[in-house]
Structure formats: structure tokens, C-alpha cells
Design a protein around this ligand. Sequence first.
Ligand code: G3I
Length: 381
Amino acid sequence: MKRIPSVLALLLGVCVSRLDAQSGSQAPGASNDAAVPSLASLYQRFFPIGAAVDPQTLVTQENLLATQVNSLVAENDMKWERIHPRRGNAPSSYNFSGADAIVAFARAHGMRVRGHTLVWHRQVPGMVFRGDKGPATRTDVLDRMKDHITTLLTRYKGQVYCWDVVNEALSDDGGWRTDSPWFEAAGADENGDGIPDYIEKAFEFARQADPSALLFYNDYNIESGAKLEAAVKLVKALKEKGLVDGVGIQGHWSIFGPDAGTIRDAIERFASLGMQVQITELDLSVFVWGDNSSLAALPPDLARRQAAQYDALFKVFRDESGAPGSSRAGQPGRLTGVTFWGIADDHTWLDSFPVAGRKNWPLLFDTSQKPKPAFWAVAKW
Ligand code: G3I
């Protein structure tokens, strides 16, 4: 491996910290500093502020999480491969350690917990779809799904207030995601109600297991176009059966768009169906989709652009919350939560996607966990 000469490394370090200073990311004090207000408190009358965490970030970002958010979601630890890594439904088939740590942290800090996610085509072991001789039968797959959902919702009843029951069942062209193993095993629509059986069953099993939990359909790119139309159709059909309470718009966007008006329209569209809407995985990449170039540090102009985009989005979010004084005050079905996919740029999935090893800066706090211009845009209005 090539080593960077130490003088060059020193110079690079100076440049990076000067850029940080110019972009304002070294501004007012540490995250748990009294000079940095708590977003959770500032947004108390609008909606909970959440963050995706894992057992490691509960330690490395403890102060920031404890002061800034009042809602948590497991970034990976409630997904099938983590929480249910072994075949069968015996207690020994499960590994609750990560999820339990997150729920315990939330309880200790008076936070709520979103559950993510029960049925997804990723991070689910292949064995769920395998039988003794070839693919598992539809019945076996649905039985395994029922066991999984029932076990999780029973264990976390009263502690996890809502669940992303089905995640990303639609493709970008508005069709079903037919390459999902769930779709392959139970994607038929046997009762002809327009809902693939695995989706309907997942919601049914979740409703049965914990009638007090709010049940969400969660997806990305559902704020416009064919995928929005398809999500509206799906949610409407589920709603007619009393199986869904909310829609999660993931919010993996960029500092270049989509524009806040598009998001407002999508929230209102889902709200008009009687849905709660939550932004469930918010982060704003500083790269436009398709740009695979890299940056050594976050340039000040991009930090400002990011702040402006967060500002525009949060204006819409506050307005759509239905809080007193907002345009939707008192109406049913509205924005009931905003969850960031992380809290600080020292831990973000965007460092490995879509370009492995490329640094990105999508969140409100920088890699030293200090507030960025984006934070101040969200905190001051
Ligand atoms: O745990 C293993 C570890 O044992 C192994 O050594 C390592 C090797 O790569 O991989 C580790 O697992 C990784 C896991 O994150 C935990 O870090 C997986 O490879 C990696 O694929 C996984 O990525 C997650 C991704 O979902 C997978 O689909 C991201 O952290 C997570 O942020 C991301 O979250 C999804 C939401 O659930 C749904 N919406 C999109 C969002 C972003 O993709």
C-alpha cells in the first residue's frame, strides 16, 4: 500500500480543518454543549425526531443521540438476518442482543422506537425460502413469515410503537419487485384484491400479533411518478382492509433534489388516504445521483446548499405536521415523524454506497459530531 508522506498528510489535515471551519462545521461547541439546542425539544410540538442506530453507535454517538433525538430505529439489528439468523422458530433461532440494546437505550432515555423491518428482499437468509428438496412451498414460507412477525411483535409489544411491515415491494417503474424472494414464493394474488399475498399476509400477521402497533409500508422514490401512483394504489387497497396505518417515505435524497414542493404533494396525497406519513430514512447526499467522483472534504458551497435543502424540507415537514397554526392543523393523517438515517457523518451507509469507500456528508452533524450548517438550518426558523 502506498503511504502518504507525513508532511503531505499534515498539509491535507490543515486544509480539511480549514474547509470545515469555513463551512461552519466547527461552529458553536460540542453536541452536548448548552450552546447547541436539542432538536427533539425544538420539534416537540411537531413530531418526534429519530435516528437510525446500531449497538456500536449507541456508544460512539451516545451524547449526541441522548440530547438530539427522541426516537430510534435499528439500522440493521431488527432485520431478519441479524435478529433471526438460524432456521426454525425456537428461541435459540433468534439473536435479540442488538435489538434489545437499542430498545433498552430508548427506554433509558425516554425515547420511542420504530421497528425496521419485517419483510424485505434484502438481509433475509436464503434458507427462509428453501425446503428439503428445492424451493420451499408457498405455505412454508408464509408460515415462517408468520412465526417471525409474531415473535418480534410479541417480544417488543408496548416498546416498539410502529413497524415497517413491508419494505420496498415496488420497483421504480411502478410494478411489483418481482425479483424479491418473497414475491417469488408468495407473490400471487389469490383472492384478487390487487395485493400480492405475501404483502397482505405480512400486514395481517402483524395486526394479529400486536393490534396496538402502527403498521407502515416503507419505500424509496415514492414521492413522485409511477412509483407514487403504485404506492397509493397499494396503500389504498391495504387501508380498505384495515391493515395499514402509515406510509414511510424513506428520504434518501440529495442536496440537489427533489424539491420540497414535490415532497409536500406526496405527503398530502398519502395523508388524503387517511395515512400517517413519516420520513423514515432521511439523509441528503452531497453527490448528485450518477456522479461517482470523490471529494477530500465537504466544500463550503455544498455545505450551504445542503443547509438550504434541509431548510426547505423542514419547512414543509413542520407545516405538514398538523401542529397548531399549520395548514393541516387538526386533520387526520399527517406527518408524524422524521427519522434521520444516522445522526453524524462519522457513521453513514453512504460511505459505502453507491461508491464503496467514498466519503459522503449527508447528516446534520460532522465527523467530529459538531453541528453543520444543515443543523442550524433545521434548528432555526
Ligand atoms: O454484519 C456484517 C459483518 O459481519 C461483515 O463482516 C460485513 C462485511 O461487509 O458486513 C456486515 O453487514 C453489513 C451491514 O450493513 C452492517 O454493516 C452488510 O454487508 C451491509 O450490506 C449492510 O448495509 C446496510 C444496508 O441497508 C443493506 O441492505 C446498511 O448498513 C443500512 O444502512 C441499509 O439500510 C437500508 C434500509 O434498511 C432500507 N432502505 C435503504 C437503506 C439504505 O440501503
